[in-house]
Design a protein around this ligand. Structure first.
Ligand code: ATP
Ligand code: MG
Length: 322
């Protein structure tokens, strides 16, 4: 996969200057818990609410950092108070934020999520600065050993991916809703670029239906059923872990981060799937999109679930434990 330039020692340095670049959206999420959704023109009471950083790519960057993998955020925020909040939060999580673009006169992306009694989510999204992101991340890519595209403006993602490929940096891509919303031509173009595509089942079926060809290696995330790697048409499956589900928001992002971290640590595909399923299962058992686990928590979980050997391998081979 062309990851020869990666040396595990690179991860182990404190304040490492090299890491996984994550391109895509940076948002502020407001989760509002309501009994009932308000009817048009009427009001309903909120029982509680939670404001936190969000955006699939930003969540993935945080999840990587928690696993001990330096991550570099590539995205855009506005010129408002929210921008300061999201950047502070990312810094607090040790994500490298210096390449984040600030868009003049624009607002930071925001998502409002109404959750009713049934747990169903109704969302309003303001994409703001996210759709003004420019391709100028060449400097950041000099410090990147991997590029993950976790959504974001497709036209720009395509250009950033092209620069990465030219530099020989491996690229992974999780299209999210673009798998069914993006125009066919644009999506086909971007799907061709990465070395690895990560999808959920619905997105996978949409791509098949739209006759869009996938990369040689792709991953299908299957919710409670776990995940599957498909290499040259051959399937490798890893069962999901049984956990008490609290909130599955961001499960996919936690999975992506852990899967990339495992590949960078030279794990076999099957081991990488198990590791990523474990990280995502822990996330699912907690509230919020930014509740992915630390490396130590994944190791402990794997041991508890009878994967002692893998837990040991993680402890031995994974650089942040050195
Ligand atoms: N109920 C669950 N129990 C255990 N593990 C789960 C559960 N739901 C999700 N996971 C884990 O999280 C991974 C990602 O979840 P999912 O397949 O729903 O992807 P996704 O749709 O991309 O997620 P997201 O909604 O965050 O974008 C799964 O592959 C699995 O490892
Ligand atoms: Mg997803």
């Amino acid at each position: 996969m062309g990851k020869n330039s990666f040396k595990p020692e690179d991860f182990c340095r404190k304040n490492a200057e090299i890491g996984v670049a994550v391109f895509g959206n940076i948002n502020i999420d407001t989760l509002i818990l309501v009994e009932e959704l308000p009817q048009k023109g009427l009001e309903s009471n909120a029982m509680s609410f939670l404001v936190s950083g969000g955006g699939s790519a930003a969540n993935t960057a945080v999840a990587l950092a928690r696993l001990g993998v330096p991550s570099i955020m590539l995205g855009a925020v506005g010129e408002d108070l929210e921008a300061e909040i999201v950047i502070k939060e990312l810094e607090h999580e040790n994500v490298i934020t210096k390449y984040i673009q600030r868009v003049r006169g624009e607002r930071t992306g925001r998502v409002w999520v109404l959750i009713d009694k049934s747990g169903e989510r109704t969302m309003i999204a303001y994409r703001g600065a996210n759709i003004k992101v420019k391709k100028e991340f060449n400097e950041a890519l000099k410090h990147s050993l991997w590029l993950h595209i976790g959504g974001g403006l497709l036209e720009t993602a395509l250009e950033v991916a092209a620069v990465a490929k030219k530099k020989g940096i491996p690229v992974s891509y999780d299209p999210g809703s673009a798998a069914y919303l993006a125009p066919q031509r644009l999506l086909s173009k971007i799907i061709e670029k990465p070395d690895l595509v990560i999808l959920n089942e619905f997105e996978y079926r949409s791509l098949v239906k739209r006759d869009i060809r996938l990369s040689q290696l792709f991953i299908v995330k299957k919710g409670a059923k776990g995940s599957e790697a498909v290499v040259d048409g051959e399937k490798i499956h890893a069962e999901g872990f049984k956990v008490r589900v609290k909130d599955s928001t961001g499960a996919g992002d936690a999975f992506n981060a852990a899967f990339i971290a495992a590949l960078l640590s030279n794990f076999e595909l099957k081991e990488a799937l198990i590791f990523a399923n474990a990280a995502a299962a822990i996330k699912v058992s907690r509230l919020g999109a930014r509740s992915s686990p630390s490396l130590e928590e994944v190791v402990e979980f794997l041991e508890k679930e009878g994967y002692g050997k893998l837990a040991m391998k993680v402890s031995e081979h994974y650089c942040s434990k050195r």
